[in-house]
Write a protein that binds this ligand. Structure first.
Ligand SMILES: Cc1cc2nc3c(=O)[nH]c(=O)nc-3n(C[C@H](O)[C@H](O)[C@H](O)COP(=O)(O)OP(=O)(O)OC[C@H]3O[C@@H](n4cnc5c(N)ncnc54)[C@H](O)[C@@H]3O)c2cc1C
Length: 432
C-alpha cells in the first residue's frame, strides 16, 4: 500500500493525516517536537502548576473544516458550543459595557438593534462597512470598511485582532471577508466553541488516537531535514540523520510553518514575516464569576478567557501594542489590574501564580501583500503537496485555515495508487 508521509503534526498535518488515512493511505507522521499540536498544543506549566494552552484559541461553530476534522478524529463534540453568538465587551477607558449579539439566520439584522451593537456605534458604521464584501486584494480592512467614530476601536479592531492577528489598518480585507462570509454573517455559524479540557484534549489527542486506530505511524522527535528529489518526484526524506526512501507510489505532505517549508522546499516562497501573540495567565485559588470570553477595549488586554481557576488574557499583534515590551513583573501587574477592572474583582484578590507567554511567530503577517503571495498547496512535483495555515486556502491563518489546508492536501493527493510504478495523482485545481 502506498504511504503518505506527513511532515508536521500541527492541526494542518493532523488534518491531512486523518483525511489521507480515510482515503486509504498508509500514513506516517514525522514531528520534530516531542508532542503533537504545534501552535495549538497544551502543556504542563511548572510555574502555574497546571496545564495550559499555548494561547487561547477561539474556534467558531461555522468552522466547517475544524468540525470535519473533529468528526474524522471520532470526537465531534470535543469542543463545547456556546448557546448563542453573544460577545460581551467592556471598555476600560470609559467603563461602558455592551454585547455584540449576532442574530441567527441568513439575514444579518442585528446591527439595526442598538442593544446588539457596540455602545456608541451607529447603524451607519455597519452600512459604511459593506464595501468589505467586494474589497480588492490590495485593501486593508480599515480601507474597506471606512470606519466612522468609535466603530474602529470598538468593533473592527477587536475583530481584526482576533481573526487576523493584525490591526485593521494593516490586515488584508480579503481574508477578513472570507471569515465574515463563512462565519460572522449568521449567529448559527459564529457561536464560540470552547475546549473545556484544553486544546490538546479537544483537538490533538483525539486525532492521535484516531490515527493510531487507523494504523498510522506517528514519530516524535523526528525532524525532517531535507527532501531527496530524483526523477521529478520526492524519492526520500532525511529524518534526523536517517535516510528514509519513498516507494514509487508514496507521497509527502509538508505541513510545517513558512520558514521551515522554505528551507525544505524553497519554491514555496512562503512569506516569513510574522505577527506575535502575547498571553498572560493568572491562576487563582478558586474560579471567579464572569463570561467564558470577554472582549476588552481601551486597554492593552484584548480578550479575557475564564476557565476554572485560570484567567488567560490575549493580546494579539502584540508587536503593535504599546507597552507589551515592559519588564515581565510590571506587565503582569498592569494586566492583572486590567483584569480586575474588567471582571469587577475585589482589589485585594491576588493570583496564586502568573506567567506571560509570548509566541513571536504566532501567524504570518497577514497584510494584503503577504496574503497575495501565499504559497500554493500544489507543487511542481506530483507527489509533494503543502499544507499549513500559511497556505493559500483563502482563509486567514487560524485553526480553521490549518484544518482546511490539511483536507485540501489530502484531496489533492487523491486515493493511493494500487499498482506499482504509477505516481500518486495530484488532482488539478488551485489548491483552494
Ligand atoms: C498564541 C496563539 C493564539 C492563537 N489563537 C488562535 C485563535 O484564537 N483561533 C485560531 O483559529 N487560531 C489561533 N492561532 C493560530 C493557530 O494556532 C494556527 O493557525 C494553527 O495552529 C497552525 O497550525 P499548523 O499545523 O499550520 O502549524 P503548526 O501548529 O506550527 O504546526 C507545524 C508543526 O510542524 C512541526 N515541524 C516544523 N518543522 C518540522 C520538520 N522539519 N520536521 C518535522 N516537524 C516539523 C512543528 O514542530 C509543528 O508541530 C493562535 C496561535 C497562537 C500561537
Amino acid at each position: 500500500m502506498a504511504t503518505a508521509h506527513v511532515v508536521g503534526a500541527g492541526v494542518a498535518g493532523l488534518s491531512a493525516a486523518l483525511a489521507l488515512a480515510e482515503s486509504g493511505w498508509r500514513v506516517t507522521v514525522w514531528e520534530m517536537a516531542r508532542q503533537a499540536g504545534g501552535r495549538c498544543r497544551s502543556y504542563d506549566d511548572a510555574r502555574l502548576g497546571c496545564r495550559i494552552d499555548n494561547g487561547n484559541h477561539l474556534v467558531l461553530s461555522g468552522n466547517r473544516s475544524t468540525l470535519a476534522y473533529l468528526a474524522r478524529a471520532g470526537a465531534p463534540h470535543a469542543l463545547r458550543m456556546a448557546p448563542e453568538a453573544r460577545f460581551p465587551f467592556v471598555d476600560l477607558a470609559s467603563g461602558e459595557r455592551w454585547e455584540v449579539h449576532i442574530n441567527d439566520g441568513p439575514l444579518p439584522w442585528w446591527p439595526i438593534v442598538p442593544s446588539r451593537r457596540p455602545a456608541g456605534v451607529g447603524l451607519g458604521a455597519f452600512v459604511a462597512a459593506l464595501p468589505l464584501l467586494w474589497a480588492g486584494e490590495h485593501a486593508t480592512i480599515a480601507e474597506a470598511v471606512r470606519p466612522r467614530g468609535p466603530a474602529l476601536a470598538r468593533f473592527w479592531e477587536p475583530m481584526s485582532l482576533a481573526v487576523m492577528n493584525l490591526p485593521p489598518t494593516l490586515a488584508s480585507a480579503r481574508l477578513m471577508r472570507a471569515t465574515v462570509i463563512e462565519a460572522w454573517r449568521d449567529g448559527r455559524l459564529c457561536r464560540p466553541m470552547f475546549a473545556p479540557h484544553g486544546l490538546g484534549a479537544a483537538l490533538v489527542e483525539p486525532a492521535l488516537a484516531a490515527l493510531r486506530r487507523a494504523g498510522a505511524d506517528v514519530r516524535f522527535g523526528a525532524q525532517v531535514k531535507a527532501l531527496r528529489v530524483e526523477g521529478g518526484r520526492v524519492a526520500g526524506l532525511h529524518v534526523a540523520g536517517e535516510a528514509v526512501p519513498l516507494g514509487p507510489d508514496d507521497a509527502v505532505v509538508l505541513a510545517v510553518p513558512p520558514q521551515r517549508v522554505n528551507a525544505l522546499w524553497p519554491d514555496a516562497r512562503a512569506p516569513e514575516e510574522a505577527s506575535s501573540i502575547l498571553n498572560a495567565h493568572f491562576r487563582l485559588a478558586a474560579p471567579v464569576a464572569g463570561p467564558p470570553l470577554l472582549g476588552v477595549t481601551g486597554a492593552r488586554t484584548q480578550w479575557i478567557f475564564l476557565k476554572d481557576e485560570l484567567i488567560s488574557l490575549t493580546i494579539s499583534a502584540a508587536g503593535f501594542v504599546e507597552g507589551t515590551d515592559a519588564e515581565e513583573e510590571a506587565l503582569l501587574d498592569a494586566l492583572w489590574a486590567e483584569t480586575r477592572a474588567a471582571l469587577g474583582l475585589p482589589e485585594n484578590l491576588r493570583p496564586l501564580a502568573a506567567r506571560l507567554v509570548h509566541e513571536r511567530r504566532a501567524t504570518f503577517l497577514q497584510t494584503p501583500a503577504n496574503a497575495a503571495r501565499r504559497a500554493q498547496a500544489l507543487t511542481a512535483l506530483p507527489n509533494l503537496v503543502l499544507a499549513g495555515d500559511h497556505i493559500d486556502t483563502g482563509l486567514p491563518a487560524t485553526i480553521e485555515g490549518a484544518a482546511r489546508s490539511g483536507e485540501t492536501a489530502a484531496r489533492l493527493l487523491g486515493t493511493p495508487a494500487r499498482s506499482n510504478g504509477a505516481a500518486p495523482r495530484a488532482a488539478s485545481g488551485s489548491g483552494r
